[in-house]
Unconditional design. Structure first.
Length: 162
């Protein structure tokens, strides 16, 4: 089994006979004779859950640890650390540089260089990044990433901010 392939583990444990065989191996109980038990043990070996050691079938802690390590979540880096699974901001960084990096990232996904849009449009576009798009819009303006007209009715990217 490839370390990152979890499917054989789930397939093995989805079968009642294989689960029963795994329980017997785990508890050190004698295995039942027969083709059904042999198929179950073979599936557990392929899945990496058990192994044959000097004629005995034992739980493969090594195989289980390898599967867990391979299936572990990777830690997000950069801006992704501050986004939830839907790509919305779940918290703002406390550090100024990271906060500005997050705001620049949002701005790049909302407006293109030279584009000028109305307040309602920019707010609608920002709504996909958080619960309070008006506050996010203010943060972008305060950080000097977005600029607005004197009337406050239109917004554009500040060229030097990106």
């Amino acid at each position: 089994m490839a370390d990152s392939d979890w499917r054989p583990i789930l397939a093995a444990l989805a079968n009642a006979d294989t689960r029963a065989a795994f329980a017997r191996v785990t508890l050190g109980l004698p295995l039942e004779a027969g083709a059904r038990e042999a198929r179950s043990i073979a599936a557990l070996v392929v899945a990496g859950l058990v192994s044959e050691v000097t004629g005995a079938t034992v739980v493969s802690e090594e195989g289980i640890r390898a599967a867990l390590a391979a299936g572990g979540r990777t830690r997000p880096t950069g801006v992704q650390r501050f986004l939830d699974a839907d790509g919305r901001i779940d918290r703002y960084p406390s550090g100024r540089a990271e906060r500005e990096e997050l705001l620049r990232w949002v701005a790049e996904h909302v407006l293109t260089a030279g584009e000028v849009v109305g307040e309602r449009e920019v707010t609608d576009r920002l709504s996909r990044f958080g619960r309070d798009p008006a506050a996010l819009r203010r943060y972008l303006v305060d950080a000097g990433i977005l600029e607005r007209t004197r009337s406050g009715s239109e917004y554009a990217l500040v060229a030097s901010a990106l």
